[in-house]
Design a protein around this ligand. Structure first.
Ligand SMILES: Cc1ncc(COP(=O)(O)O)c(C=O)c1O
Length: 394
């Protein structure tokens, strides 16, 4: 943890916990004024005393003091060399794919977020000739079998959206390294509070900060965190060209969100565990997907690589699509809406919402059924959430 002043140096030898890091990582205090939160620097340009002689910032697309404060904080939270903040999670994804030469081969999960599926499966194959194998990334043998001489990138997303399947981070990263392949991990669902993929050998962590990092459903943002300064430098150069940076106001909101991230994740996890147990015992529920349940197929792996099981879950309801839609219409406290990770509980229908980009056949093959409902468990009182679900299940 960077030091603010001599006052905090007494604790410097002790490794700070995640809650402490959320408040102090990145030393975001303003050195000029002592303001405990950094100012929002709206200026797009910065004066130069002579040509090229500036104080570290020239133009906001390449660097901005408010965004820099946020990036220092996130880099420390993920344990990376450098973080880069983007205007959205998809802007972060689009930029990390710019590392690849035209025609490169990519391996990605067959059951991941719909937007990632769209850019990898439709957009970049057309515009950059990318060739993508969508496989079950929970299965190391399937990843190994998909490796080719021209494979350059392994994309992981764990826990996966929307089935909460868990991929073996240490195993998959080691496998990719053996093949000289870069690993990028979408850590949106877990956040660095529950899982730090760089510790397992990943090269880049990606986030939709729109979700838990922002935490209040009021800011769109994304991140890349690079394991090494060299990779961070390359990604910074690519972002400066592509331009999808986080603005100063949004950077401030994300930094503010991070202050309570540890606390919020504790509550999300506790509430989700209670809701999952309730749903697992309900006669109208066919199956619950939540890594905190002992019957989850990768529960032991989740216990090994995560510090908590998170606030996301999905479940299959008896009665198919019609029953799922009726259930969603019956909710009162949960809001039917896109997105996740905010303080309020949300419900969604992946087949027609987050995963509508996936053709039905591919969606079904990946196990994303038409009776699947996804829940983002907020930080309300667990008893009230369970009562709402109970009433909507009828
Ligand atoms: C797991 C995951 N990754 C990436 C994204 C894309 O992020 P954004 O909507 O911030 O562009 C999302 C959005 O839902 C997501 O759930």
């Amino acid at each position: 943890m960077a030091r603010h002043s001599d006052k905090t140096s007494a604790g410097a030898a002790r490794k700070p916990g995640p809650g402490t890091l959320c408040i102090h990582a990145g030393a975001t205090r303003d050195p000029a004024t002592g303001a405990v939160m950094p100012p929002i620097h709206t200026s797009v340009t910065f004066a130069q005393a002579a040509v090229g002689a500036h104080q570290g910032w020239a133009y906001t697309r390449s660097g901005n003091p408010t965004r820099d404060a946020l990036e220092r904080c996130l880099a420390e939270l993920e344990g990376g060399a450098r973080a880069l903040a983007f205007a959205s999670g998809m802007a972060a994804t689009a930029t990390v794919l710019e590392l690849l030469d035209a025609g490169a081969h990519v391996i990605a999960p067959h059951d991941g977020y719909g937007g990632t599926f769209r850019i990898l499966g439709e957009v970049r194959p057309r515009s950059a000739g990318l060739r993508v194998s969508f496989v079950d990334c929970c299965d190391l043998e399937a990843i190994e079998a998909a490796m080719r001489p021209d494979t350059r990138l392994l994309w992981l997303e764990t826990p996966g959206n929307p089935l909460l399947r868990i991929q073996d981070l240490a195993g998959a990263c080691a496998l990719a390294r053996r093949h000289g392949v870069l690993t990028v991990v979408d850590n949106t669902f877990a956040t660095p509070m529950l899982q730090r993929p760089l510790e397992f050998g990943a090269d880049v962590v990606m986030h939709s900060a729109t979700k838990y990092i922002g935490g209040h459903s009021d800011v769109l943002g994304g991140f890349l965190v690079a394991a090494t300064p060299e990779l961070g430098q390359r990604l910074h150069a690519l972002r400066s060209v592509a331009g999808g940076v986080a603005g100063p106001f949004d950077s401030y909101l994300m930094l503010r969100g991070i202050k309570t991230l540890a606390l919020r994740m504790e509550r999300h996890c506790a509430n989700a565990q209670a809701v999952a147990a309730f749903l697992a015992g309900h006669p109208r529920v066919r199956r619950v997907h939540y890594p905190g349940l002992p019957q989850h197929p990768q529960h032991a792996l989740a216990q090994r690589q995560m510090r908590g099981f998170g606030g996301m879950m999905s479940f299959e309801i008896e009665g198919g699509e019609a029953a799922a839609r009726a259930f969603l219409a019956g909710l009162r406290l949960f809001t039917l809406a896109e997105s996740l990770g905010g303080v309020e509980s949300l419900a969604g229908y992946p087949a027609a919402m987050s995963h509508s980009a996936m053709p039905a056949a591919q969606r079904h093959a990946a196990g994303i059924r038409d009776d699947l409902v996804r829940l983002s468990i907020g930080i309300e009182d667990a008893g009230d959430l369970i009562a709402d679900l109970d009433a909507a299940l009828g």
